[in-house]
Design a protein around this ligand. Structure first.
Ligand SMILES: [Zn+2]
Length: 310
């Protein structure tokens, strides 16, 4: 299947989004804000070739140097391309994103899990500037407010909000057209932070995957996550394994979202959330059997490896 090439969209003067269709596994969005003398980027992309293409698209738009690069979270699709800006650019992210990139994002693991993706060769570059709750980055007079929310999609999600333009880079707290994925974070935690996301009342939402959209994207995310949470409560109470629950349900209105096999990964996480809540433990801890959860997604995908067009 051939998918359309990435494209740039100027969502507000000087604020560009780099959209990678079709938004499925490893095809994420990035972006950048162009100031009078310098540029601040938000996220990179997941493969060596695509990282160079993103950088070239940026350089065709502006000759200014990229002073800072914000990572919305540690996942490789958003951070593998950090290498293409290093060491000229200060990479900024949550302190747990740094830790995760340094210690747990093993490059060989990801190639094995996504054998159809062409990752290429690159150096893993973690954020060099880290924070825990919030910080601001300024592009001329434009303030970019970074806020950590979660655990939700991961334990280190950061949104970038530009109040003057009412533009929200939501990272993977918003999937537009794709199945929301909480395996590395918390299903229940994501539901808990939806009011905080809605409180931005953004005119433009830049999702982590899929076309630029508005606040309505959070309605789909919420409906999906509530459905997962309900399935998990029933399955967990009855002692039914996540895979059996996933295999027994009709996707219904979610059948058109890409990467539907994420359902079982999400169920593993929702079970862990319920157990964390019952045991008084924090949500978002390591899954008891992350490899098993991943293997279950392959089973749900008809026994085929997870497909990435990246
Ligand atoms: Zn992600």
């Amino acid at each position: 299947m051939s998918i359309p090439p990435p494209y740039l969209e100027e969502v507000s003067p000087g604020i560009f989004v780099y959209v990678q269709p079709d938004g499925s596994w490893f095809l994420n969005n990035a972006g950048f804000l162009v100031g009078s003398e310098s540029v601040v980027a938000v996220d990179t992309v997941g493969t060596e070739k695509r990282a160079h293409a993103f950088r070239e698209a940026l350089e065709r738009t502006t000759p200014h140097p990229v002073q800072a690069l914000i990572n919305t979270h540690a996942h490789g699709d958003h951070t593998h391309g950090n290498f293409a800006f290093w060491p000229q650019t200060a990479v900024i992210g949550h302190e747990r994103a740094r830790r995760e990139i340094l210690h747990s994002n093993a490059p060989e693991g990801v190639s094995e899990r996504f054998p159809t993706a062409d990752f290429g060769q690159f150096r893993h570059v973690p954020p060099m500037v880290t924070f825990t709750d919030r910080m601001s980055v300024h592009v001329d007079t434009l303030e970019v407010q970074l806020t950590h929310l979660g655990p939700a999609h991961t334990t280190n999600d950061v949104v970038a909000w530009i109040p003057e333009r009412r533009v929200l880079f939501a990272g993977d707290l918003a999937f537009n057209g794709g199945t929301p994925f909480a395996m590395a974070g918390s299903v229940l935690g994501w539901l808990d932070i939806l009011p905080a996301l809605r409180a931005f009342e953004a005119d433009v939402v830049v999702p982590g995957h899929g076309p630029v959209c508005g606040m309505e994207v959070f309605d789909t995310v919420e409906t999906y996550l509530r459905w997962v949470a309900d399935l998990a409560r029933g399955g967990h109470a009855d002692g039914v394994p996540p895979l059996e629950v996933a295999q027994s349900v009709d996707l219904g209105q979610f059948a058109d979202l890409t990467d539907p096999e994420r359902l079982v990964g999400n169920l593993h996480r929702a079970y862990a959330d319920l157990e964390a809540d019952m045991g008084g433990a924090p949500r978002g801890g390591a899954l008891a059997d992350p490899v098993g959860a991943f293997d279950d997604m392959i089973v749900l995908n008809g026994g085929k490896p997870l497909n990435s067009h990246a």
